[in-house]
Design a protein around this ligand. Structure first.
Ligand code: MG
Length: 159
């Protein structure tokens, strides 16, 4: 059986008064991520990991931030598109392992809903979608609540 590994990382600024989309769901918070689309770092990093596993370029190639059709885009649609691309190449996912880096808010209560949302799009079971979260102990832009980061590793298998 043929396997391919992929990794993705994404960064977005946080700004007061914006919606905070993360892992495909809306997180109640006084700040939200800034971006051309809905700025969902976790879904963007998963997209990049899937594209990377098959050397299909990166999210900026497929969804340019200069393209008005992606303004305010729902990143779940971008994720579904990337999944379609790997499916068309004859691959499916084995698992997703991710880490969110942010100081606030607490993410743990939201993780099951994020896992389910992502699992549904990627035809996975919830047990195949790992979402971990860490603060940076108040260090750096993350610790100052100026930004949020997601890192993702995935494994694809040839059908
Ligand atoms: Mg992004």
């Amino acid at each position: 059986m043929s396997y391919r590994i992929g990794q993705g990382i994404d960064f977005h600024q946080l700004e007061e008064g914006r919606e905070f989309w993360l892992g495909g769901i809306l997180i109640p918070h006084d700040k939200g991520a800034v971006g051309h689309s809905d700025a969902d770092v976790l879904l963007h990093a998963i997209c990049d990991a899937m594209l990377g596993a098959l050397a299909l370029g990166d999210i900026g190639v497929h969804f340019p931030d200069t393209d008005p059709q992606y303004k305010g885009a729902d990143s779940k649609k971008l994720l579904a598109h990337c999944y379609k691309l790997i499916s068309e190449k004859g691959y499916s996912l084995v698992n997703v392992d991710s880490t969110l880096l942010l100081q606030a808010p607490k993410i743990k209560p939201h993780i099951p809903q994020m896992q389910q949302t992502i699992a549904d799009i990627l035809s996975l079971s919830i047990d195949d979608v790992s979402i971990k979260a860490t603060t940076t102990e108040h260090l750096s832009f993350i610790g100052r609540e100026e930004g949020v980061v997601a890192t993702v590793n995935i494994l694809l298998k040839k059908n």
